[in-house]
Write a new protein. Structure first.
Length: 281
């Protein structure tokens, strides 16, 4: 089964049709039908490593200041409680807890899956980001998840390589600041040639601007770990670009050589109306 890291950006992408959402849709059509989708989302950032283990995960609208239409989005995919035990077994000795009632499917997950798997029929399980752990832990955990790909599990990481909400410039809807481009290009070089080196980007001169908090960057380490564990790693750029100066929309795939129908190409169609207040983008 392939795997991916998707730069999800503005939650409004859930409702938009643009070159990023078209790329996500093309990715969903290109992969074999998964037994389940395991998502590492930037928006489940807690002090433990856990997986959702409820049969019917709720759709979480973890943001504010957006149009009512975004809060009305539901993604009613079933869960797969049995997968929690399977994950716990495959990553030993790393401990993974089972969350049966506190979380669900957050917007880092459903904002991309509404495009990639719009019928919401494939079971979805989320893996939390353990905020107490360093980059090497997440890289290693990603590698430990690799056997799940042989069992029909599609692993999707969702975040943004560059994510600085404090630096958002609404006058630059499709542009990236110089520092954002430098960091994103350095990340791209590592992901495409030596994914394990993604964990060393904290030494990059632009790291503090590009990654003021690690939550959105960490999911990329899971794809890097999966790539490092692969016998023939084939990481490729699915789509790239920038939003509002300080967000990178770069997405990567692993083990997927081509996309049918619509591709990541074409002109950018980024949303032009960003609410004045927003959080958890």
């Amino acid at each position: 089964m392939p795997a991916a890291f998707l730069g999800h950006g503005n939650p409004m992408n859930a409702l938009e049709v643009n070159r990023y959402t078209r790329a996500w849709r093309a990715f969903g059509r290109a992969v074999p039908r998964p037994r389940a989708i395991l998502v590492v989302s930037a928006h489940w950032n807690i002090n433990a490593t856990a997986v959702t283990a409820m049969p019917k995960p709720r759709t979480i609208h973890d943001f504010y200041g957006f149009p009512t239409s975004l809060f009305e989005v539901e993604y009613p995919a079933p869960g797969l409680p049995a997968l929690a035990e399977e994950i716990s077994d495959v990553v030993k000795p790393t401990w993974v807890g089972a969350d049966v009632d506190s979380w669900g499917i957050d917007h880092g997950t459903w904002s991309v899956l509404v495009h990639a798997f719009p019928d919401a029929s494939v079971p979805v399980v989320q893996l939390s980001i353990n905020a107490d752990k360093d980059a090497d832990y997440h890289l290693d955990l990603g590698a430990r998840l690799a056997p799940l790909r042989e069992r029909g599990i599609l692993i999707v990481a969702s975040g943004n390589v560059v994510h600085n909400l404090g630096g958002v410039d609404r006058e630059r809807p499709e542009e990236g600041f110089d520092w954002a481009q430098r960091f994103d290009e350095s990340a791209k070089e590592r992901m495409l040639t030596n994914p394990i080196e993604m964990a060393t980007l904290d030494a990059h001169a632009d790291y503090r601007k590009a990654v003021p908090t690690p939550d959105h960057f960490i999911p990329a380490l899971y794809l890097a770990g999966l790539a490092a564990a692969a016998a023939e790693p084939r990481t490729e750029v699915l789509v790239d670009g920038y939003a509002y100066g300080s967000l990178s929309m770069t997405a990567y795939t692993l083990g997927l050589s081509c996309l049918p129908g619509e591709t990541a190409g074409g002109g950018a169609e980024m949303p032009s109306d960003v609410p004045p207040e927003q959080t958890n983008t």
